[in-house]
Ligand binder design. Structure first.
Ligand code: GDP
Length: 429
């Protein structure tokens, strides 16, 4: 199989970065196809511990080419900072191993400001934005007011385009939010200062990908966030502004004509959700605190404590379906080792009825979790490397979830480090 997407099945933070870091050793190209620097992957490897917001996790492998596709949105200043940090740690980043689509949209400081102004206006009805300007820039994209990375290569046309767009944007900033307008010269200087550093990486990623694919190179698509944050299929409006679904991967990378053969859906052994929105299986108080601590559930991009709870089968089943997952990577099994009994949210109660299908987002806040428990394994499994060496209770838990979500488990992750995993079955990949 030559193409593979690694995607989140739930609310994000499932451990995708760790899986990409592991699986990318079989691939030649790793692509981010949506989102911006609003979320992060944490990767632990020989170079250290890194929170990557924009750069694909394949950057740690010398031979891998890393791509930011046209479906992504790029904050120039943030990306320059990320490159600098990786270089400091001794990682080489060159136009050969890192490429940015000429059609990716630029996130400007006025997008970041607008994001904060809107969350401020919403006050206690806020959507839980990370305030990185992501919703405003995707909004601009569909209003046809985005500025593309490739325009940085044509300074005169870029300056004229920015002037037009900023005039329009300032109408919103001053008229709607009564804030100070953004200064054109400052924006132009900002774009030049950081854009000049990035220009060597900007290219037609579609042309690159087609050539790589034709030459038999193996391509991996790396998603940010999870299915339940998808703008079309997620818990709208508490979603991202982009499409983290595997079906979008070819479109958001530059080569819609290259199909995805293998879809690895990443599911965590329990649930977590950062930010606002309905989260039916949520735990509170001491038991939540214990799980949060055990799993280190604090946002990689923001440091915010994540909401946590047991695995949620209606949500996970839905995520598997909309992602079209062909196999599952089940992460953070080791975190549950402290529990006497493992809780599972197997259904919701909605208006007096038991439902096992994930409901329409507008009624989700009325849903209550229905919980059952299975026996825990109560021993450290972080050193286990073979499926048959897992305690029986852990195997039973995995197999129950596998049956319930209707998708085969392939990888089982038992620690954040690269070798801390085992393979359940070989599904011919
Ligand atoms: P992502 O956005 O889906 O990549 O997820 P995050 O990086 O936000 O969160 C995953 C976190 O869990 C990171 O800190 C990983 O190092 C860590 N992690 C991933 N897999 C495992 C695992 O199997 N066990 C443990 N204990 N930690 C893991």
């Amino acid at each position: 199989m030559t193409t593979c997407a690694i995607v989140g099945i739930n609310w994000g933070d499932e451990g995708k970065g760790r899986m990409v870091d592991l699986v990318s050793q079989e691939y030649d190209v790793v692509i981010r196809y949506q989102g911006g620097n609003n979320a992060g992957h944490t990767v632990v490897n020989d170079y250290g511990k890194f929170a990557l917001n924009l750069i694909p996790s394949g950057i740690f492998r010398r031979e891998v080419v890393n791509v930011l596709g046209n479906g992504t949105v790029v904050n120039l200043e943030h990306l320059c900072g990320e490159i600098a940090k990786l270089r400091e740690a001794g990682i080489e980043i060159t136009p050969e191993n890192f490429k940015i689509s000429d059609r990716a949209a630029i996130v400007f400081p006025y997008h970041v400001a607008q994001d904060g102004l809107e969350e401020g206006r919403l006050a206690d009805r806020k959507y839980g934005s990370t305030k990185r300007g992501i919703a405003p820039v995707y909004g601009d994209k569909y209003m046809k007011k985005a500025i593309h990375m490739g325009e940085l290569n044509y300074p005169d046309a870029f300056a004229a385009h920015l002037k037009d767009v900023l005039e329009w944007k300032n109408l919103t900033i001053t008229g709607v939010y009564h804030a100070d307008p953004f200064d054109y010269d400052e924006m132009l200087d900002w774009a030049k200062q950081f854009g000049d550093q990035l220009r060597p990486f900007i290219t037609d990623t579609g042309a690159f990908l087609r050539k790589a694919h034709a030459a038999g190179k193996k391509i991996m698509y790396e998603a940010q966030l999870g299915a339940l944050r998808d703008i079309d299929y997620g818990i709208y409006p508490y979603t991202s502004s982009s499409t983290p679904l595997a079906a979008y991967a070819p479109i958001g990378s530059g080569a819609p004509d290259i199909r995805v053969d293998r879809v690895i859906g990443v599911v965590k052994a329990y649930s977590s959700c950062v930010g606002e929105g309905p989260f039916t299986a949520e735990w509170f108080g001491e038991e939540a605190e214990r799980l949060r601590e055990a799993g280190g559930e604090y946002g990689a991009a923001t440091g915010r404590p994540r909401r946590v709870g047991p695995i949620d089968l209606p949500a996970t089943r839905y995520g598997v379906r909309v992602q079209g997952a062909t196999e599952i990577a089940f992460t953070k099994m080791d975190v549950l080792s402290y529990m006497d009994e493992i809780p599972i949210c197997y259904a919701y109660e909605l208006d007096g009825e038991e439902v096992t299908e994930f409901p329409f987002h507008a009624v989700l806040d009325r849903a209550k979790p229905k919980i059952k428990t299975v026996p825990g394994w109560k021993r450290d499994i972080s050193g286990v490397r073979k499926y048959e060496d897992l305690p029986k209770e852990a195997q039973d838990y995995i197999e129950l979830i596998e049956r319930e979500i209707g998708c085969p488990m392939h990888y089982i992750s038992v620690g954040p480090e690269r070798p801390a995993y085992l393979v359940k079955t070989d599904h011919g990949n």
